[in-house]
Write a protein that binds this ligand. Structure first.
Ligand SMILES: Cc1cc2nc3c(=O)[nH]c(=O)nc-3n(C[C@H](O)[C@H](O)[C@H](O)COP(=O)(O)OP(=O)(O)OC[C@H]3O[C@@H](n4cnc5c(N)ncnc54)[C@H](O)[C@@H]3O)c2cc1C
Length: 512
């Protein structure tokens, strides 16, 4: 066949696929990425949204993972200070569970393993005096407080894809890879777009970053005979009206050895999660079960003064962790570390498969993946570059968010402060480009609901591959929590009309 030859084809537009696309494109490789749904439509929008070392993994002696993850906190914060920010976690001492000396030892390691420079260290709290004690049952008298970071997970994915595209990658959401076979030192990858049109492209290397579908790709799409060592573990979250007034989070230990988080969410809500249970079935169908909702309510109610009941739940979401199967007996003990397997039969094109991993370590995973493919793709031998690079909109100092909001508002006194803050959080310095030329609110066009304007929706469709209301309301923002059905329908009509004027993205673009 004739036509473009790409260096790398990536199956999967989650955090791992998009991070690999960004890293490889930035080193000068030609990259095409296929995502069967929206970017971040699977696991990468269903996380607890923490950039964290994982205090709990210390108990399983996962020092390599914890050290790497801890160090990534400040790297990610610097790369994208609009969507990543520090959080403080309150860990109450529970008389029947882990002793205080063990918690102190774990947190000492946590503070010192990972090259912490900016994040504040651990401290002890007297819950009788500290405001964090006010929401808790009175028998919790002591706690430790430590640092980790928050990340807007699905925006991190989209920004990686945006940066990859800015470096020349071809990003194809709503395009499913349906077949891939080796031929004459290449892969022939066949995909189907949202209109059902098929296209085949020739590539030098293939990356299977299909998350919970990693085994389906291995067994169904490339017909590999290698066993796929993947363990699917479901995790669900609930969202309830705000349970406490301060801006810190709680991490609670449960009697079953698990931990759950309670995190301030979207201003007036609290996010509680997560569960850990083996999952069978179609990952696209995963949803929080009544048992999981009850479990999370009970676990949180063990700590909070005011009980939490399922009828308070305003939203739930659920995801499937595609963990590497290390033979652990319990789902919560299966390793969260990533494993990359390279399959290169003599004289044939390589395929790299991604198992496990975390949002936190996605940038490091991408570096490791690129390194493994560099024997087959000379461009990838360029030095690593992402540790000091900014993601789109992240080119402002880590402590500079409020200054950015002021910079956006100063020439636009007509712009409501709340909207300016939301745009700065979502788009960072690119919020100014989004607002360019507007001299009044009316110039931003129709307001669909909450403070979502036509200008922003057009930007999301043109710059960030949004196509449906779900993409805008639950992945590129969480405005869906504020939208009525009627407002959602008006947005759907607008987006459908606009999409009809834009052809589906295709493989016509020539790789460099
Ligand atoms: C409940 C829960 C909580 C978590 N909390 C955290 C946390 O707080 N911090 C943290 O660091 N990590 C966390 N994680 C882990 C993290 O979310 C995952 O490790 C990460 O999102 C996995 O990303 P991925 O790219 O491998 O998979 P995915 O995001 O699932 O992406 C794979 C993509 O491949 C696509 N795909 C599959 N087959 C095809 C095909 N044939 N053609 C085209 N596309 C295809 C899918 O549609 C999907 O979008 C959590 C995970 C869960 C489930």
């Amino acid at each position: 066949m004739t036509g473009p030859v790409f260096d790398i084809a990536i199956i999967g537009g989650g955090v791992n696929g998009c991070s690999i696309a960004r890293d490889a494109a930035g080193r000068g490789a030609s990259v095409v990425l296929f995502e069967q749904g929206d970017l971040a439509s699977a696991t990468s929008s269903a996380s607890t949204k923490l950039i964290h070392g994982g205090l709990r993994y210390l108990e399983h002696y996962k020092f390599r993972l914890v050290r790497e993850a801890l160090a990534e906190r400040e790297v990610m914060w610097r790369a994208a200070p609009h969507i990543v920010w520090p959080l403080r976690f309150v860990l109450p001492h529970h008389a029947g569970l882990r002793p205080a000396w063990l918690l102190r030892l774990g947190l000492f390691l946590y503070d010192h393993l990972g090259g912490r420079r900016l994040l504040p260290a651990t401290r002890s709290l007297d819950l009788g005096r500290d405001v964090a004690g006010g929401a808790l049952k009175p028998h919790f008298t002591r706690a430790f407080e430590y640092s980790d970071c928050w990340v807007e997970d699905s925006r991190l994915v989209v920004l990686n894809a945006r940066d990859a595209a800015d470096h020349g990658a071809t990003i194809l959401p709503r395009t499913k890879v349906v077949a891939a076979r080796r031929q004459a030192g290449h892969w022939l990858v066949t995909s189907q777009d949202r209109d059902g049109a098929e296209a085949t492209v020739r590539v030098r290397t293939l990356v299977n970053a299909a998350g919970p579908w990693v085994a389906d790709v291995l067994n169904g799409i490339v017909s590999s005979t290698r066993p796929a060592a993947v363990r699917l573990v479901q995790g669900s979250h609930i969202v309830v009206p705000r349970l406490f007034e301060h801006d810190r989070c709680y991490i609670f230990q449960n009697a079953d050895g698990r931990i759950i988080f309670a995190i301030p969410y979207e201003g007036d809500l609290t996010l509680i999660g997560t569960t850990d249970k083996d999952y069978e079935g179609d990952p696209a169908e995963v949803a929080a079960s009544a048992d999981e909702i009850a479990y999370l309510c009970t676990a949180a109610s063990d700590y909070f003064r005011v009980p939490i009941t399922p009828d308070q739940v305003v939203w739930t979401y659920s995801g499937v962790r595609p963990l590497y199967d290390d033979g652990a007996s319990k789902a919560q003990e299966a390793t969260r570390d990533y494993v990359l397997t390279l399959d290169v039969p003599e004289g044939q094109a390589p395929m790299l498969s991604v198992f496990g991993g975390k949002i936190t370590t996605s940038r490091r995973l991408a570096e490791a993946a690129v390194e493994k493919l560099s024997a087959a793709v000379p461009a990838l031998r360029a030095p690593p570059w992402t540790a000091d690079a900014r993601l789109p909109g992240g080119d402002f100092p880590v402590g500079g968010f409020e200054a950015l909001v002021e910079k956006i508002i100063a020439p636009r006194p007509w712009l409501p402060r709340k909207l300016a803050r939301r745009l700065a959080r979502a788009y960072g310095t690119r919020a100014e480009t989004l607002l360019e030329g507007a001299a009044a609110m009316a110039d931003l066009g129709q307001v669909f609901g909450a403070d979502l304007t036509e200008r922003e929706v057009s930007w999301l469709m043109a710059q960030e591959w949004a196509l449906s209301p779900q993409d805008v309301l639950f992945r590129r923002s969480k405005l869906g929590l504020r939208f009525s059905d009627e407002q959602g329908r008006a947005l759907a009509d607008y987006m459908a009309a606009r999409a009809a004027r834009t052809p589906a993205m295709s493989l016509q673009a020539e790789p460099r």
